[in-house]
Design a binder for this molecule. Structure first.
Ligand code: CO
Length: 280
């Protein structure tokens, strides 16, 4: 913030996801939350789901609990219905986002609202600090048109889901982690120079085509973890799409057990006991 030239972020590591299944058997590609990358503080998990085979998604994610963090679902294609035990219901359609703060406990389901066709999107888990893990649950349903899209003069369009790009703010705020979540669509030869807060951890995930990230080629289905800096420059020779996600690290101990993410094993035992006792 000295007013000098921005420091370019470059790629420190490239990782492929790990095919897995979750919920009642939904096939997905786990990109964060694997043995190779257990987390990227404050991000606990990134799953990409994408299939036009109904057998890969039809069983959905029936009722399951969460405590201690936030889940962000970004639908690219297809429809999914959300319902939770706090009375929230929502239909996620193409381009929409569901931002759920599990806080002290919620039980929800995410079920496909289609029997055929393409279902594609991301689910990201963002940790909460110790001081907010037991906050009341919250839920925001954001239709596609709630997210502003900024057209650059250089052949890229930037959808702002969280954080700020070129003075345009996304609709979601998370106080502790101040996330930046951008979806960038590149035309042939498109490029974008994207500011990223210097104290944030950041990654780019390429999900269509190929993108040069800080000058390094990153193929479809690859996560690029970024070095510190306050800007990243992305460029694509052919049409491509990628998400850029960044967040302020919490630097707290992480105790993780399935859908519960707390700071200590004792808090995990308490979460399991509270869930079994019907306290969610
Ligand atoms: Co869930």
């Amino acid at each position: 913030m000295s007013g000098s030239q921005p420091t370019e972020r470059t790629v420190v590591a490239k990782l492929r996801g790990q095919p897995t299944s979750d919920g009642a058997g939904v096939k997905l590609n786990r990109v964060i939350g694997t043995n190779a990358l257990p987390d990227l503080d404050p991000f606990l998990m990134l799953d990409e789901f994408g299939s036009d085979d109904p057998d890969a998604y039809i069983a959905g994610f029936p009722d399951h609990p969460h405590r201690g963090f936030e889940t962000v679902t970004y639908m690219l294609d297809g429809r999914m219905r959300h319902a939770d035990n706090k009375g929230n219901v929502g239909l996620l359609g193409p381009g929409s986002v569901q931002w759920m703060t599990a806080g002290r406990g919620i039980v929800h389901s995410e079920m496909p609202e289609q029997e055929e066709g393409l279902m594609r999107g991301f689910q990201l888990w963002i940790n909460l600090p110790a001081s907010e893990k037991m906050c009341p649950p919250a839920y925001q349903d954001l239709p596609a048109d709630a997210m502003p899209v900024v057209e650059t003069a250089t052949g890229a369009s930037v959808k702002v889901i969280a954080g700020t790009y070129a003075g345009t703010r996304g609709p979601v705020d998370a106080k502790a982690t101040q996330p930046l979540y951008l979806d960038i669509v590149f035309a042939e030869g498109g490029r974008a120079a994207l500011p990223v807060p210097s104290e944030h951890n950041a990654f780019v995930y390429v999900y269509e085509g190929a993108v040069a990230v800080g000058g390094e080629a990153v193929a479809k289905g690859t996560l690029a973890v970024l070095r510190p800096g306050d800007r990243v420059t992305l460029a694509a020779e052919a049409p491509a799409r990628a998400i850029l996600v960044a967040g302020k690290p919490l630097r707290e101990p992480v105790a993780k057990y399935g859908p519960f993410v707390m700071n200590t094993p004792e808090e995990i035992h308490q979460a399991v006991a509270d869930f079994r006792a019907g306290k969610f």
